[in-house]
Design a binder for this molecule. Sequence first.
Ligand SMILES: *Cc1c(COP(=O)(O)O)cnc(C)c1O
Length: 469
Amino acid sequence: MRYISTRGQAPALNFEDVLLAGLATDGGLYVPECLPRFTQEEIASWAGLPYHELAFRVMRPFVAGSIPDADFKKILEETYGVFAHSAVAPLRQLNGNEWVLELFHGPTLAFKDFALQLLGRLLDYTLEKRGERVVIVGATSGDTGSAAIEGCKHCENVDIFILHPHNRVSEVQRRQMTTIFGENIHNIAIEGNFDDCQEMVKNSFADQSFLKGTRLVAVNSINWARIMAQIVYYFHAALQLGGPARSVSFSVPTGNFGDIFAGYLARNMGLPINQLIVATNRNDILHRFMSGNQYVKETLHATLSPSMDIMVSSNFERLLFDLHGRNGAAIAGLMDNFKQGGGFSVEQERWTEARKLFDSLAVDDAQTCETIAEVYEQTGEVLDPHTAIGVKAARECRRSLDIPMVILGTAHPVKFPDAVEKAGVGKALELPAHLSDLFERDERCTVLPNDLKAVQAFVSQHGNRGKPL
Ligand SMILES: *Cc1c(COP(=O)(O)O)cnc(C)c1O
């Protein structure tokens, strides 16, 4: 499989190289040159497969030519073997034909484990083969950091540095990062905010001289391998609910548009999906596009669903590329415009095309709490605030009651106790067994000033399993 850039000016890469690449050299994002397409008979024959075997069938075409089948199977079995539920992604019924796909049974209790557990193993496998080492520098406002650290903790060939804003992530989120020890794991608390952290990561990609020749790898959701891993659970859910003979709809709590873009790809690969609902919080740039064809940046608001607090959705460019007939020059133009501070609209027929599949809703904090309370009353289930936004959007935007509606359950409620408490749900939430002693564990973390040079010096001092590069 070959991968091309959404801006049309970067060289095409194979899977192995796309795994190690961040942004394309032209500033675009990598997408498959052409998508695999499965027949209905083929998809139907996968019913009842264990998750890792389904994952093998869905993802095999994407890694073809880079990873032999037997090795890929082994990697997938290990990856999904660490999940705490034997179904890996179980479905729980909320109401008639309304289901939550629980994606929070991985090590860090959020759906990001599906992709980052795999990414860590794929990186290590590829680097071992090439005899190379890499350094990961990533910024997190919460979920990504812990999932990336968990995914890389056993990697022999990766040193990982995660920057989080000092005293600005929740205690559960911080402890999920700082209690994982390893000579290749480095937590850095920056005396600044999340944007400062992200800016430092961006600047480190722009000037890599402090790495002394070691390659820098991105773990944010622009990494193609993360999107690829997320396609699988759309097939998994649909097969449980009578697909592909029956079509299914999905409501997806959305920030950077990575998770829902994977659903869009599943549909283009042959899975009958009737409707994809973009569920956002008050940071609603995608809702404003889907409802009014306006893609315009606005100020950032802090909400009860922090993992969706974004101003722009980096993966949206991948959808725009398809909507524009895969014309890289058109996307480069739009994105240039956007960078200059302008927003944009797309031509009417392109927007209408998107709206055939996508609906959207923006849900504020009060509605989020109302939904947590409502679902608790109806079912006894406690939802996390992100998932609650998905449920609210599903109930408002649903086109047909005959078609099963699956809401992606993106996080475990115990990660977001504030929202649950605000919703007035009195039920005490317990950490799952593998994290039950989280609050007693020792922590390891280095506090650094909001200064790029200080951070780069730290990375270069510790980037080779704790030793200088
Ligand atoms: C990352 C995250 C999201 C948003 O996913 P995107 O792929 O960025 O759209 C939603 N919910 C939770 C809990 C997350 O961690």
